[in-house]
Write a protein of this length. Structure first.
Length: 372
């Protein structure tokens, strides 16, 4: 039975099947789920009293046992290039960041799946705040709800969300149940109606999660690789110690076999003097040999306290030339929103001063040196 008044069910995070079960518990017909989906996600209505195709009795009952509550907005920032970043408050006094990237032919929303991140990647600012908890499906879907609502305003150009990427704070495959519920909402024609190719999940290489996805959900998969060998990758992405490249590549091949005509995008952050040389480019070609894929090179985005620097344009060009010569589609991601710390790897979700962030980075690096 749905929760009582002291613990109302937040309907913003329930997909169609979840809403059907909710209404069945209330003694209502399954079609109520379709009505509520449209009211919440297409009409952006959060007050039951405004849902005029529901009986007054049902609206009053919903007021008692349910709510429609998106994350609250703590701060909104707009970059010089039009990128928008929201700091959103979630349950327990935590906050996450959500970013909208406008482009000529599409609008991409980057959403978070956890408060912080437990993976401790050395080049990522999110890792400096540690990990607090997984987000619930309402907190994940609520980011999309807020962005769609806010972007409809002429103040932000009346833009539409055409693509969603799970590339914000956290590792999506370590919060798979909530992510799957939100995925269902993104693809439902009565909610956001996004095609599977317009939804991307990015993972740092959680092998069991990749295998679970291979046998179910339809979407695009991106793998944050960042190095072509275990020694270097374990330094940059500590998760590699648990799931080394041989296991990760095997999982990627299984995924592709289960998804005919699909390829995988491999994200590769370009860090000066660390992973951006010709030897690494050739090693990457060998690693990805025979795997349907493309490479997305990401210039490293600095943050206070980091010891790393972005690769030069020349190094990125040479790296790209080597991988392209091997027949691998290789693109270079354009840095967006850097002036508001909204670029890849810069999301932190906490209101830390630069000095606080530098101190946390130093502590993080010290812990990783001890564990190396």
């Amino acid at each position: 039975m749905p929760a009582g008044p002291a613990n109302k069910v937040n309907l913003i995070g329930l997909d169609r099947s979840g809403l059907e079960r909710f209404f069945a518990d209330l003694g209502e017909k399954p079609f109520r789920a379709r009505q509520i989906l449209q009211w919440i996600h297409q009409r952006q209505v959060t007050e039951f009293d405004r849902m005029t195709d529901l009986s007054r009795k049902l609206r009053e009952q919903l007021d008692e046992v349910a709510e429609i509550t998106p994350p609250r907005v703590i701060r909104e920032q707009v970059s010089d290039d039009g990128t928008v970043k929201w700091l959103l408050g979630v349950e327990g006094g935590s906050a996450v960041e959500t970013v909208f990237i406008p482009e000529t032919s599409r609008g991409t929303l980057c959403i978070s799946s956890q408060v912080g991140c437990m993976l401790n990647c050395t080049f990522c600012s999110t890792a400096t705040q540690g990990f607090k908890r997984n987000l619930g499906s309402a907190e994940i879907a609520g980011q999309v709800w807020h962005a769609v609502n806010a972007l409809a305003d002429a103040r932000l150009g009346g833009r539409r969300v055409t693509n969603v990427v799970y590339m914000g704070m956290g590792e999506p495959l370590l919060n798979l149940d909530a992510v799957r519920a939100s995925l269902s909402l993104l693809r439902d024609d009565l909610a956001y109606g996004l095609a599977s190719r317009r939804v991307t999940i990015s993972t740092a290489g959680v092998v069991p999660g990749i295998d679970q996805l291979a046998d179910g959900d339809e979407f695009a998969l991106a793998v944050s690789l960042h190095a072509p060998d275990d020694e270097l990758r374990s330094r940059l992405v500590p998760l590699n110690r648990k799931y080394p490249l041989s296991e990760l590549m095997a999982a990627c091949k299984r995924y592709v076999r289960m998804r005919s005509r699909r390829s995988i995008t491999f994200e590769y952050t370009m860090i000066d003097g660390v992973n951006d040389g010709p030897a690494q480019a050739k090693g990457l070609v060998r690693l990805l040999n025979g795997l349907p894929c493309k490479i997305n090179l990401i210039p490293f985005n600095p943050f206070p306290g980091t010891p790393f620097r972005p690769s030069s344009d020349e190094a990125i060009y040479e790296f790209q030339k080597i991988t392209r010569a091997a027949g691998i589609i290789t693109t270079v991601r354009k840095t967006r929103g850097e002036d508001i710390d909204a670029a890849c790897g810069q999301l932190v979700g906490k209101l830390l001063s630069p000095s606080q962030r530098r101190m946390v980075v130093q502590q993080q690096l010290a812990r990783q040196a001890v564990n190396a």
